[in-house]
Design a protein around this ligand. Structure first.
Ligand code: F6R
Length: 261
């Protein structure tokens, strides 16, 4: 795992954008359509803006790329502005020129457990069908979740329906009119699904993320902190600003390593 600590969120966004741009270039060089795994929430917004600027400068092109969302709420009507499909169309597709038809999002429209499970299985097939995800962008919840794999999620889990913890619902209430409007369930890529991406890129900024970042990066590998699965991946990058890095004990070494050979 590599850890990059930046002065602030803007620099974190620029550093993370470089990682995505490199991954896209590598896929194109290998003759594959780039496949980018997309997180929602606040953490990657700066990164998406930086990618849009890079597109404008001609440094990267997403017209042949596929996007795969990490997760989707269950039960929001199609077109709901807070559904992750709509959020990603607005924040990613429109900004970077990724065709909405090439954006895939887990199907949260199933009316019961078996319909949701069937949709989740189709999502796994879609990811396999494009040859896997090249770079998976991740944020982390204050309780250590990645995707909506809440604490206790199996480290080998696949895309499936999950209940959101009350802490996550409270955190996400800022996007809805009231807490009661926040869905109780979601369909999320599993931790096993996430681990199959060729590269993982976790972005976290702000002091509220410091305990989760410390637990994910330096704590034990445990289902109690789903973000700790990054330790199990051969190519995981963590980009954090000073505030989110505050709990890291091994900071000096990360800075030395970031200085390069
Ligand atoms: C979103 C997702 C979540 C968020 C996490 C952090 O697709 O999968 O894991 O990344 O809840 O959210 P923010 O970035 O809003 O703090």
């Amino acid at each position: 795992m590599e850890v990059f600590v930046t002065a602030g969120p803007e620099e974190a966004a620029r550093r993370a954008a470089r990682v995505v741009i490199e991954a896209v270039a590598e896929s194109v060089a290998a003759g594959r359509a780039p496949v980018v795994g997309l997180a929602t929430g606040s953490s990657p917004l700066g990164l998406y803006k930086e990618l849009a600027l890079a597109v404008d400068r001609g440094q990267v092109d997403f017209s042949e790329a596929y996007g795969f969302a990490l997760d989707e709420y269950v039960g929001l009507p199609a077109g709901h502005p807070e559904s992750y499909r709509e959020v990603l169309v607005a924040e990613v597709c429109r900004r970077v020129g990724l065709a909405p038809e090439r954006l895939h999002v887990p199907d949260g429209s199933g009316r019961n457990e078996s319909e949701l499970a069937a949709g989740a299985a189709r999502y796994e097939e879609l990811i396999r069908g494009v040859g896997g995800i090249d770079v998976q962008i991740l944020g982390i919840g204050r309780n250590g979740h990645i995707g909506f794999n809440e604490p206790g999620s199996s480290l080998t889990s696949r895309t499936r329906v999950k209940r959101l913890s009350s802490r996550t619902r409270a955190d996400n209430a800022r996007f809805f009119e009231s807490l009661d409007d926040v869905p109780t369930h979601c369909v999320t890529q599993g931790l096993g699904t996430v681990l199959e991406a060729r590269r993982l890129l976790l972005v976290a900024t702000g002091a509220s993320k410091a305990p989760a970042v410390a637990a994910a990066v330096e704590g034990p590998l445990t289902a109690s902190c789903p973000g700790s699965v990054l330790q199990f991946h051969a190519d995981a990058l963590v980009v954090v600003d000073e505030a989110a890095a505050a709990g890291l004990r091994n900071r000096e070494y990360y800075d030395e390593s970031a200085a390069g050979l």
